[in-house]
Design a protein around this ligand. Structure first.
Ligand SMILES: NC(=O)c1ccc[n+]([C@@H]2O[C@H](COP(=O)([O-])OP(=O)(O)OC[C@H]3O[C@@H](n4cnc5c(N)ncnc54)[C@H](OP(=O)(O)O)[C@@H]3O)[C@@H](O)[C@H]2O)c1
Length: 244
């Protein structure tokens, strides 16, 4: 990304969100660490600041529109604009559970964060993104949300194509990406889906094959590509793009 951008990352107190924040701050951006837990969020921001990076905690539970509105007010007062929003906060409730065994509450909870949470934060931040000369929204999705992979028995992701809540929530998030990319076309704000690759984090019981740091580097690189090219793409962790 171009330098000196004001960047808000949701769920940035740990995992790929924190790694992305470190990567972007090292590249010279001001990074706002969105976190639902003030203690964990402040600790993460303080850790980056101790490394000499420009990072600040912003209280933001993506399932709580009041915290999104308060975060927008704070960013308006302190910075006057937002250049990049990274919707990274996410949950996975259905590892190793079949669709028929998964309570619908778990599906609903997953959508509250992965889908409705992203919509809540986008709508709260749009007035600020409109004040940026080059607004950018990156929705952290997954190859598991690709209809191309979910429908292809030869896909490398076929074995985990059975995760009802997680996969369908990321497919819905991809549709959210495309709808906003279309709706915001005239405004110049670009919207894309991003993908960190399979990284070892709390989300998957640290079963991933890459580190969270690698995931953060990939998301940072994809944000740069998203800013430089057309809106409405689905970036792949390993490079290039995925089928929707
Ligand atoms: N790990 C992978 O292999 C992989 C692959 C593809 C995509 N992704 C995506 O990457 C993103 C980050 O995941 P991760 O692997 O880094 O998982 P993680 O370590 O579990 O981090 C998830 C983050 O989301 C936050 N979060 C959850 N619910 C939230 C809410 N309601 N409001 C605000 N923050 C909330 C968590 O905060 P708390 O600490 O408070 O729980 C945490 O900071 C997710 O969207 C995930 O789906 C991950």
């Amino acid at each position: 990304m171009t330098t000196n951008r004001i960047v808000l990352i949701t769920g940035a107190n740990k995992g790929i969100g924190l790694a992305t924040a470190r990567e972007l701050a090292r590249a010279g951006h001001t990074v706002l660490i969105g976190a639902r837990d003030p203690r964990r969020g402040a600790a993460a921001a303080d850790g980056l600041a101790a490394e000499g990076l420009d990072a600040r905690f912003v209280h933001l539970d993506v399932t709580d529109p009041a915290t999104a509105a308060a975060a927008a007010e704070l960013i308006t007062a302190e910075y006057g604009r937002l250049d990049t929003l990274v919707n990274n906060a996410g949950v996975a409730r259905d590892w190793q559970r079949s669709p028929e065994d998964l309570p619908v509450e778990a599906v609903r909870e997953t959508y509250e964060t992965n889908v409705f949470g992203a919509v809540t934060v986008i709508n709260a931040m749009l007035p600020l993104l409109r004040r940026s000369p080059a607004g950018l929204i990156g929705n952290v999705s997954s190859g598991l949300g690709s209809f191309g992979f979910l429908s292809d028995p030869d896909s490398p992701l076929w074995d985990v194509a059975t995760l009802l809540a997680y996969n369908s929530s990321k497919a819905a998030l991809n549709a959210v990406t495309l709808v906003y990319a279309r709706a915001l076309r005239e405004s110049g704000i670009k919207v894309s889906s991003l993908e960190p690759g399979y990284c070892a984090t709390d989300l998957n019981g640290h079963s991933g094959t890459a580190t969270a740091e690698e995931g953060g580097r990939r998301i940072a690189r994809q944000l740069g590509e998203a800013e430089a090219g057309p809106s409405g793409r689905f970036f792949a962790g390993e490079g290039g793009t995925y089928p929707w």
